[in-house]
Structures are given as structure tokens and as C-alpha cells.
Ligand binder design. Sequence first.
Ligand SMILES: C[S@@+](CC[C@H](N)C(=O)[O-])C[C@H]1O[C@@H](n2cnc3c(N)ncnc32)[C@H](O)[C@@H]1O
Length: 230
Amino acid sequence: MQGGTDRERLIRQLVAILPNERSPRVLDLCCGPGDVGRAVRARFPEAQVDHVDRDEFFLALCRAVNQREGLTHRVVRGDLWTSAWRAECPGPYDAALLANALHWFNDRRLLEILGEVRESLAPGGMFAFLEPASPIADLAAPHAAWLAAELPGASDQFNRDWADFWQRLDEAMGYEYYENVVAGLPPGEEFGAEDGLHVTKFVDLLREAGFREVDILARDAFSVVIAALR
Ligand SMILES: C[S@@+](CC[C@H](N)C(=O)[O-])C[C@H]1O[C@@H](n2cnc3c(N)ncnc32)[C@H](O)[C@@H]1O
């Protein structure tokens, strides 16, 4: 489990808003172990799902779980730091879904990725994602104070969920795999958004990338679910 206890509900929300087609073509971007793509298949047994990630360990996990569940999804290696990933996933897709990975890129690359995802969608296709969200800098302190008063310990728990997951991964691999491999960056690139993960920034970048409609479907103290239509 990565990303806290609300994660499965939010992933179901990503899947619930997919258009009701018999066999949609769906891209699970930065799939990790592949839960998002398998949630799609749970709703649409005839969906064609492509999982893409750059990490060989997560890809192997994804393949192994799919095999255990008798699922014949495509599982391909693609690194979203360059546009080359698109050659592996030419589309057109009815939808692209992503959970908890856009914050691994900086603003420059994020805008490019959003354009590339848009290009991989059929006209009318949807990009929907679940990401951590944070308030703008001016609101960070009062927001943190409100959170501590209303939901004591929730912030620590959220961070601990992630830290525990990465620690278990390191233990399984026998070395600092997260630091050395999963979180590796191309030369000269920065990790993460420059000034936080503001919901309005996601919306602005989606519009700049050319999506015609953008909606915020859920926002709580930690996360946001956003959908955009090509
Ligand atoms: C926090 S995990 C989320 C995994 C999955 N979406 C989930 O919710 O379980 C982030 C994932 O993004 C992948 N990732 C990070 N940078 C990437 C890149 N440049 N290209 C492709 N995948 C990347 C990581 O390998 C990891 O599997």
C-alpha cells in the first residue's frame, strides 16, 4: 500500500469517471505495481490496459500480480523524463490515469508531459489523476495549524505511510534502492515542483497544455483528484 488509507477510494474515483464503454483503451502512467490499471479492469473486464513505468522492480511486480490474476495487460518500460515513452504507448487511448507521480517532475517537464499525455488521447479522451496537494505558501502555516487541531497526527501518518513503503522496498532489495534507483534524476534536473503542489497550478498547466475542460473532483487536506478532457 502506497499513499495512505484513502488511496483505494480515490483510485476507484478515477475509474468511476471513465466513460461507460465496453472495452476502453486505458493507459496507467507511472503505474508502479499497477493497482490503477487493475482497478480499471475490475470495472471493465474487456478494457485494454497498458501500464508504463521506468522502474524494473515495479514493472516486475506489476507483471507478477497481473499474471496471478490472469490479466493480459501490456506492461512496458517508459521513462517520462523524455518524450521517448510515447513510442512505447502510441495510443490513441480513451483515458490516461495516473496516481501519485506527477510531483516527481519539475514544472518545466510537467507541462511537457501533460502535452504528451494529451497527444496520446483520442479526441474527447480523458486524463485523470490523483496527486498530493498543498496550499499556496501564504496559507501553508494556517492550513498546517488547522490540520493539527482538527486531525491531530494525520499529517505525520500521511508522511509515515510513504516513508514506511519506501523503507520496506529498501529492505526487500537489500540496499537504498529508493534513493539510488527509484528517485534517480537525469543530469541537471530537479526533483519536485518548485513552489509546492497547488491545485490551481495543475489546472493552469492542464489548460496551457491544451486540455479543453478541467475539473477538480475531490480535494482534501492531502490529495486532489483532477480530470481533464482533450
Ligand atoms: C509513488 S509511486 C506510484 C505508483 C502507482 N501509480 C501507485 O499509485 O501505486 C511513483 C511511481 O512513479 C514512477 N516514476 C517515477 N519517475 C518516473 C519516470 N520518469 N518515468 C516513469 N515512471 C516514473 C516510479 O517508478 C513509481 O513507480
